[in-house]
Design a protein around this ligand. Structure first.
Ligand code: MEV
Length: 357
């Protein structure tokens, strides 16, 4: 076989974070920041995974990798025991990548009688741990690679059933990485575009023709998603009717956004104006839930001074903010805003939301 490249995008939550935990709608979209896997054949029947961005380079003898037909994990930590003893498991994000590789290799190769040696090198433009779906993009690229190597995908293009299979395995990869993921990150990385998501229901592709220009600002302030989610829960326990009202409003924001994405009748500027309004409203609602942070408010101030709307994205408490960039705004002017934000110690990415999976 010839070398091939697979890629998958990261994601950003546009609307509905935190409320989604309580069964409300959330909207997420794909980023044009992607993970790229280059897969090349080897003659020695070994499997090598190289992740230069996080310092991983592991070489497996294929016969030492367990085949895991029907292996159900009751806890992701069980994968550790499956890693061949010749491999030392790295610390940090590399650890998750190695465990996911061993698990998905074992499961996907068990579905086929093929063996083949290969080198998989993955580079990613997505910052790790910033809430932009870097692990889901990795898991989608890895699943597609292993399915392709075992002849489980169609020869040309990616069919609907291919996508479904890739998404299912990427979800299992996310379970190894995160325990109990919602499934939205791997769905966005597989299908791209904009998805509406409600917990426990299949995500709905909004089939939008609009792409959004956004500026993502990483405040570099570390956050604990778990602590922030717990904080909202504690507030709701104390003031149930007040907080439920806020969560319902966030749900309305998400459903309004879904309608806007699907709208074909409105002029682009009207849509942009409405999108800016609901971005501001969503951030305000999240802020009343106590999940904003001084750094996120600073992003809002700096961008508001340029008439741009921003909101936190993901768990809040630091992490990332997103700013909608009007289509008519010159990229030189966006650079000016980005420089102002970077002068505050933040890191900015100019990107487009809603591209392919
Ligand atoms: C975190 O990226 C999004 C939250 O809504 C938590 C969750 O959905 O699990 C805050």
């Amino acid at each position: 076989w010839s070398p091939f490249v697979v890629s998958a995008p990261g994601k950003v939550i546009l609307f509905g974070e935190h409320a989604v935990v309580y069964g409300k709608a959330a909207i997420a979209g794909s980023l044009d920041m992607r993970a790229y896997a280059l897969v090349t054949p080897r003659t020695d029947n070994k499997a090598r995974m190289v992740l230069p961005d996080i310092g991983v380079d592991v070489l497996f003898d294929s016969h030492t990798l367990p085949l895991l037909s029907g292996t159900e994990l009751s806890h992701p930590s069980e994968v550790e025991a499956l890693v061949p003893s010749s491999i030392s498991i790295p610390e940090g994000p590399g650890r998750t990548a190695v465990l996911t590789f061993v698990y998905l290799y074992g499961c996907i190769f068990a579905e086929s009688d093929r063996t083949t040696g290969f080198t998989l090198c993955v580079r990613s433009l997505l910052p790790v741990g910033a809430g932009l779906g870097s692990s889901a993009a990795f898991n989608v690229a890895l699943s597609a690679t292993l399915l392709q190597l075992t002849g489980q995908l169609q020869e040309e293009g990616v069919s609907a059933s291919d996508s479904k299979l890739i998404n299912q395995w990427a979800f299992h990869g996310e379970q190894v990485a995160h325990g109990t993921p919602s499934g939205i990150d791997n769905s966005v990385a597989t299908y791209g575009g904009f998805l509406k998501y409600i917990k426990g229901e299949p995500s709905v592709n909004l089939e939008s023709t609009h792409a959004l220009r956004v500026l993502i600002t990483n405040t570099n302030v570390p956050k604990s998603t778990k602590a922030l989610v717990a904080g909202v829960r504690a507030l709701r326990d104390r003031y149930p009717s007040v907080v439920d009202g806020i969560l319902d409003s966030i749900d309305s924001v998400s459903t309004t956004a879904a309608t806007l994405f699907q709208s074909t009748s409105e002029a682009e500027e009207t849509l942009e104006q409405q999108m800016q309004d609901i971005i501001r409203i969503n951030h305000g609602l999240l802020s009343t839930l106590g999940v904003s942070h001084a750094s996120l408010e600073r992003v809002r101030e700096v961008t508001a001074a340029r008439n741009l709307a921003s909101k936190l994205t993901g768990a809040g408490g630091g992490g990332c903010a997103l700013t909608l960039i009007p289509n008519g705004m010159a990229s030189g002017d966006v650079d000016v805003v980005a420089r102002e934000l970077e002068a505050e110690g933040f890191h900015c990415y100019q990107t487009v939301v809603g591209g392919g999976g």
